[in-house]
Design a binder for this molecule. Sequence first.
Ligand code: KG4
Ligand code: ZN
Length: 340
Amino acid sequence: MKNILAIETSCDDTSVAIVNSKAEVILCLTASQDLVHEPFGGIVPEIASRNHTKHLLPLVEKAMDTSGLSWKDISGIAVTNRPGLVGSLIVGLVTAKTLALAYEIPFIGVHHIEGHIMAPFLRDDEYKGPDFFKDPFLALVVSGGHTQLYEVNGFGHYQVLGQTMDDAAGEAFDKFAKMMGLGYPGGVQVDRLAKSGNIKAFSFPRPLLNEDHFNFSFSGLKSAAQRQLEKLPQDKDEPLVADLCASYQQAIVDVLCGKLVKASFDKGIKNVIVSGGVSANSSLRNHLQAEAEKNGWQLAIPPLRFCTDNAAMIALAGHFRLQQGDQSSQELAPQARAEL
Ligand code: KG4
Ligand code: ZN
């Protein structure tokens, strides 16, 4: 295997990457649509797919030009084909199929979550991820659409230990930010504002934290925040906003860390990875590092650029898939929902 070119268009970011067989990211170019969707307070699927059609081919051309590689140097094309917004997925999928056909390169459809699980094992000039763990590991994937905890027993072998029963962790951040009028996407704003706040200023629930399973639930936390906000003045000064953000964020961090620690104890597994957009959260990262030191974990969290949606993680998943002999046909369809 030489280099894998990957395309990720499952949601609102258009991303193209080239990754080599040593998991080294040669380049990863991403066109964000945050500003386009911001006025709507969330992603508008029709606008997302239209923007993918505008950005994708120029990004592929730029990737090839910048890397100095020719299509002969590309041994496989990986593309996210599930799960996601069908109108968005189809833009990436049709483009990948066309490139595969035109340049006679094998292509592979990748599950978006498998991509997130691979993200910590990427490398570039500033980040040297570990080699893919040989022993079983726990993978917590926390994003705008997913909150899933897996036990991974080698590439391609995933057992769900727990998942969200309602909102995803990223959604809990985004909906709270919307209630607070902080803009979209909200996670990064809450993270920034929480830095100067007091985590004990407000007491928010930690849903399901002490239950004897690994499922998550965030809708009760969101309702508790709504009730709290109704009691407060519409115009909030900066310290009050900071306290609300810090207290709310801490509730999410406690639940995510608590469940992971419990799973590590119950399963006797000390290799842990955390990935997905919410793993960019600075407080979550700090708490996870502290747990890693306390419990002797080998912990891998990707740098911010590989936490949120990106094509490099899809390239690495595609590389492993192609290496084990998987290949997709031109009939491959996009899927809005799909289990890993
Ligand atoms: O993985 P991702 O880019 O897209 C999905 O597959 O959903 O995750 C996006 C989510 C959004 O909900 C966003 O608010 C959240 O990740 N996010 C954060 C932070 N940065 C992004 N949440 C908390 N703190 C952050 N720093
Ligand atoms: Zn994602």
